[in-house]
Structures are given as structure tokens and as C-alpha cells.
Ligand binder design. Structure first.
Ligand SMILES: *Cc1c(COP(=O)(O)O)cnc(C)c1O
Length: 360
């Protein structure tokens, strides 16, 4: 068996110790004689496991007591619709800041239900920057302000929380949640699909301030009615038990790594190494303005598109996979979430230098 360094943007790498533990527990979970996939979500074992996973997540993120933590299905994309359904009345106005394609998609979905004011959009720069918050055209009575702290495709990230609006901040942290400490109390609602930095696909986390829930529109489906799901410990219907289980193992692994402060330092170091290698190469280029570069997703181009294929082929033979950039950006993209070991970034940096020398 040979594991590779998998730079996929998602579904992405999981920590190897988590996979090994799941493997060891697969046929007989907690002495039940069954796998975790085969037990009732209402049985004591799963209910206890679920409660512990929530406690671990709350501890990792230091989630204040007046926030609910929900383990939902439908990915981050279902939340694009669930958020306006839960948080706004018909006729309300909401502000969205668009810094990439995920923000665009969030707008498209929200527009089905609510009047969306796009307060800022960096499309004209090909999503290589974050528009200065002082220039955002905010509405006076927005029910919330939505933005995407890390745009996964373009590799552009907010490194500070904007303070220009009084409206609750609603953030799609799909590709950055758990990568470093955050102050949850700054946000009204945080959501994330799991398959980037949390666990396997099939699970979405929602962390929402209590006072924002309980006003869902009548037509809100029960499975994304935050109050209903909170009252039922995210088990109003059958949850995605296997994905939840993996997420719980990832939380335990993160605690063993020293929590988010420790992993954040590793992530910052990994990103710095890779950007330094790109900027110092005179060969590779990253288009994103330096203060807004992502720690998680690092796009880069080669001097010519003709080199893309040889690069990808040689990288794959070196055990470095899934480096192809998104079709709208081209070139390469290295996604370096929590589960990517620093050794993987070191191997990539070394490979890139060697490739540039051979094809310079
Ligand atoms: C991947 C991603 C999504 C979509 O997640 P799904 O789970 O496929 O719905 C949304 N937003 C961001 C920032 C993402 O990276």
C-alpha cells in the first residue's frame, strides 16, 4: 500500500490516523459486533458519540453557550437556500459580498427567497482580491451580511473579520473552518460542508446564534429548519451517521494535535513555504493579492499552459496528486487543508523547483 499526498480541493485528504482508526473499528464498533454504519442513530452508542463530537467541536472552536451546533445534510449548497428561509421574512433585504464562484452561487440560491443586495463583487479582478470593506454598498436594514471567508477555487481569503455592518455576519467557511482559531461570537451563523477540512462529504455543520433561529418560514423543509433540528439534536430524521462519525474522529485528532492554535501555526507555515516557493521561483505565479492569499487553497500557473500536462504527469509519478486547477482559473491548485502533512508541502516545493529547473 502506498498513500499519496492528495492536494484535492474536496473531497480532500483525511488524517491518516483517522482512517486507520476507522479501519480498525469498522467491523466491530464499540464492541457492538456491528460497524457504525449499521447501528441505530437512536441507540445509546451513537447518541453518546454524537454528543461527544459536539462537545469536542465546541471545545475546539470555543463556541459560546448561546450558539447551537447542527450536523446537517445536503452540503454547504443546501445552506445557500436554508439561510434565507430560516433568517428572513418575505420582503426582507440581505447583503452579500461576492469574492468568488461560491459567493455567486450563494447569491443565486438566496435570490429565490429574498431581495439580495450585492454589496461588493470582485469579479472584475478575476477574484484576485477582497474589496475594501469601506467601499461596500451595504443596505440600511439588511437581515444579515453574507460572505465567503475562503473562496476555494480562487484561493482568496479574508484574514480579518469585517466590521462595517451591524447586521449579523453569515459566513460560508466550507474550506477554512477548523484551520485556525476564530472568534465565533463575531458571527451570527457559520456553516461549512465537511469534505474540505472536517470529514467526508454528506455532512454540513451549522453554528448559529440562538436568537436568530425560530423564525423559519412556513415552507422551510424540516431537515433544514434550524430550530427543529436543534430541538432534536440534529436527529429529526436519520443523520449521515458515517460522515458524522468521521467528523467526530477528526475532532479528536485535532485535539491530539494541540487544537486550533497548534494546527493554525502549521497551516500558516505550510502556506508561507508554498507561496515563498512560487514567488521566489521566477517561474510559477500566483495571481492573488498578497494580503488576501488563502492558507488553504493555493492556485498557481506555469509559464505556459503547454507545461500543465507534463507537470501533472510528473507530479503524479512523484506521489503528488490532484493538483489540476479549477477549469475557470486554469493552471494548478494545491489544497493544503489540516490533513495535508507539512511533509506533503515540502515534497511539492521540492518537486516544483526540480520541474522548473528541467523545464526552465
Ligand atoms: C465546496 C464548497 C461549497 C459547496 O459544498 P457542497 O458540499 O458541494 O454543497 C460551498 N462553498 C465553498 C466555499 C466550498 O468550498
Amino acid at each position: 500500500m502506498k498513500r499519496v499526498f492528495n492536494f484535492s480541493p474536496g473531497p480532500a485528504m483525511l488524517p491518516e490516523p483517522v482512517l486507520r482508526r476507522a479501519q480498525a473499528e469498522l467491523l466491530d464498533w464499540k464492541g457492538s459486533g456491528m460497524s457504525v454504519m449499521e447501528v441505530s442513530h437512536r441507540g445509546t452508542d451513537f447518541v453518546e458519540f454524537a454528543a461527544k463530537s459536539e462537545r469536542d467541536l465546541r471545545e475546539l472552536l470555543n463556541v459560546p453557550a448561546n450558539y447551537k451546533v447542527l450536523f446537517l445534510q445536503g452540503g454547504a449548497t443546501l445552506q445557500f437556500a436554508a439561510i434565507p428561509l430560516n433568517l428572513t421574512a418575505p420582503g426582507a433585504v440581505v447583503d452579500y459580498v461576492v469574492t468568488g464562484n461560491w459567493g455567486e452561487k450563494a447569491v443565486q440560491e438566496a435570490e429565490r427567497y429574498v431581495k439580495v443586495n450585492v454589496a461588493a463583487n470582485s469579479k472584475a479582478t478575476k477574484f484576485t482580491t477582497i474589496p475594501d470593506p469601506s467601499t461596500w454598498k451595504l443596505s440600511t436594514n439588511a437581515a444579515y451580511l453574507h460572505y465567503t471567508p475562503n473562496e476555494t477555487v480562487f484561493g482568496v481569503e479574508f484574514h480579518t473579520v469585517p466590521t462595517v455592518s451591524d447586521a449579523p455576519l453569515v459566513v460560508d467557511m466550507s474550506s477554512t473552518l477548523l484551520s485556525r482559531p476564530i472568534d465565533v461570537s463575531r458571527f451570527g451563523l457559520i456553516y461549512a460542508g465537511a469534505q474540505k477540512n472536517i470529514g467526508p462529504a454528506g455532512l454540513a455543520l451549522v453554528i448559529v446564534r440562538e436568537d436568530l433561529i425560530g423564525h423559519a418560514r412556513r415552507e422551510t423543509p424540516g431537515v433544514v429548519d434550524y430550530k427543529l433540528m436543534a430541538e432534536n439534536d440534529s436527529m429529526w430524521n436519520t443523520p449521515s451517521t458515517l460522515s458524522w462519525y468521521f467528523a467526530g474522529l477528526v475532532f479528536e485528532w485535532l485535539k491530539e494535535q494541540g487544537g486550533l492554535t497548534a494546527i493554525g501555526k502549521v497551516n500558516e507555515r505550510k502556506a508561507k513555504k508554498l507561496y515563498a516557493a512560487i514567488d521566489g521561483s521566477g517561474y510559477y505565479k500566483n495571481p492573488v493579492e498578497k494580503p488576501h492569499r488563502s492558507w488553504m487553497n493555493v492556485p498557481f500557473t506555469l509559464p505556459s499552459e503547454d507545461l500543465d500536462k507534463p507537470f501533472l504527469t510528473a507530479a503524479k509519478s512523484a506521489g503528488l496528486t490532484n493538483l489540476k486547477g479549477h477549469r475557470v482559473v486554469g493552471g494548478m491548485r494545491a489544497s493544503i487543508y489540516n490533513a495535508m502533512p507539512e511533509a506533503g508541502v515540502d515534497a511539492l516545493v521540492e518537486f516544483m523547483a526540480d520541474f522548473a529547473k528541467r523545464h526552465g
